[in-house]
Design a binder for this molecule. Structure first.
Ligand SMILES: [Fe+2]
Length: 213
């Protein structure tokens, strides 16, 4: 499904998705000392600093959006997923098992007209953590206690086969990189450009989204 965006509808979509992120950020970021908005902006800033392409920057900014979209949308996405057999609902190459906010986020962004690359990067930030904990002991040790706790219900570290399968994914490097930015995006008191600074890029992305599929 592809959503065609005029300039006006792209601007409207960006306004509404940024509002969802801001609204959600009023809630406490569970187990961390910064707000979700600060976390999202820090992840996106790292992507910018690395000269990542626009899709990767947008994915970094919106990687946790699945935690904030309205309940009805989240429920319809999960209902749609349970109608599909096995892992066909996931465009990632690895069987995800329990689907969480990352899956909702990816589907939500697809529905709004974001590119497949943005959706897949958002969907993968939990599987990338499972990959990294399986392949890098120091990575596991460095995780925050909240992130260590959530790993357990996210399915734990990947098996050897899952590691190999994940490494064959064409977006493997970007997926791992996004996860590393996510983990570092927990600095208290960092002063960074706000959501507004991502607006034009995201509008442009939505306008050309239909050409990228
Ligand atoms: Fe995150």
């Amino acid at each position: 499904m592809t959503t065609q965006h005029s300039l006006g509808s792209a601007q409207q979509t960006v306004e509404s998705i940024f509002a969802v992120l801001e609204e959600g950020s009023k809630k406490e970021y569970l187990g961390e000392d910064i707000s979700q908005l600060e976390h999202s902006l820090q992840a996106a800033q790292q992507a910018r600093d690395s000269q990542a392409d626009d899709e990767t920057v947008i994915a970094a900014l919106l990687h946790d959006i699945g935690q904030f979209c309205d309940g009805q949308t989240a429920m319809s996405i999960m209902a749609e997923a349970s109608d599909l057999k096995d892992n066909t609902a996931s465009t990632n190459t690895v069987k995800v098992g329990v689907k969480g906010h990352e899956y909702i986020g990816g589907q939500y962004l697809r529905r709004l007209g974001f590119s497949e690359k943005v959706a897949q990067l958002v969907e993968a930030h939990v599987v990338a953590k499972r990959y990294l904990t399986a392949t890098d002991k120091a990575y596991y040790v460095g995780l925050s206690s909240a992130s260590k706790a959530s790993l357990k219900y996210q399915g734990g570290p990947f098996s050897e086969d899952q590691v190999k399968e994940f490494e064959r994914d064409p977006l493997f490097r970007e997926k791992v990189q996004l996860r590393l930015w996510d983990d570092k995006a927990k600095v208290v008191g960092l002063d960074l450009p706000g959501l507004e600074s991502y607006k034009d890029m995201t509008v442009r992305h939505l306008q050309r989204g239909s050409l990228q599929q």
